[in-house]
Design a protein around this ligand. Sequence first.
Ligand SMILES: *Cc1c(COP(=O)(O)O)cnc(C)c1O
Length: 364
Amino acid sequence: MSVCDFSLDHVRSIAPYQPGKPIAELARELGLEESGIVKLASNENPLGPSPKGLKAAQDSLKEISLYPDGAGFTLKSALCRKFNVTQQNIVLGNGSNDVLDMAARAFLGANTSAVYAQHAFAVYPIATLTVGAKGIEVPAINYGHDLAAMRGAIRDDTRVVWIANPNNPTGTFLSWTEIEAFLKDVPSHVLVVLDEAYGEYLPPVERFNTVSWLSRYPNLLIVRTFSKAYGLAGLRVGYGLGHPDVIDLLNRVRHPFNVNLPALAAAEAALSDEDFLEQSYRVNQSGMKQLQLGLDALGIKHVPSRGNFLLAKVGDAARLNKELLKRGVIVRPVGNYGLPEFLRVSIGLEAQNARFLDALKACL
Ligand SMILES: *Cc1c(COP(=O)(O)O)cnc(C)c1O
């Protein structure tokens, strides 16, 4: 008899999150220099961190003997100014995953269910199952969310619907008109979590201020992150925007001091780093074109993506992934997302994208 025999059934049913392979790990395995490895596996910003964010994090280090501000007042103040909301509309997270987890712990549990799409972000089933709720996975349509089917899947015991727009790992995008129609249609007792981790990568014509919906839909929780376009993935900071009553509930389950001191400082500074955001967007646009053209030239199909990554249909993805690793290129196999024929490739700098395309060509 082992202690694990008494662990919770619903915990044993969780498929662990599979992160991208760290550069240092592959370097050790191959006996290579880390500089010889290209990692396009975790949708990180290839430009590095926002310089303003980096400077603020560095300057904050002399204060790390102190606890951070548990309420995150100055970061929230900056968010208030940017989005024209109040402190009561904001919850801060140790990465936006932390906010997703808070939503699960506040609204889900035994005898409740949550709805999410097939091929949607892996944290939605993890957060749902962790608290003993039932996960209802709705088949995808063209690799993306089928909102009509998701509406149909909502049951009396459904408390949360998870939506990523754009979605990871597929890069699919729903128009804001479709999302608002869904919000209008969803029963008001169901929390709609709208995860906009890649919103900053949308072309300007497709950007929409979803924050303007908060006054109309008190059951909407918008979740955003500093991990992608702001380049602060390693610091772990994200936030949720919602109705004050929803935010109050999330704050009750939030761990004290969940966002660390350098992260608070960096996020506040990065928020006003418009130049960096613009540069991140442009590098992503050109890298996306480069990868699309490169894949086209190799006769490899890909799913149209609005994120900073691309899903390429390579066939035997497990084999190709191994071959790419041998050549020092780390991408993300997505068999665990029900997509065994695909590799997800994050958009890198021009030379990194070229390195991936060359390696892929050599493996085919
Ligand atoms: C990367 C990503 C996040 C961000 O996670 P953090 O915890 O903020 O680093 C959230 N949602 C989706 C869909 C993502 O792909």
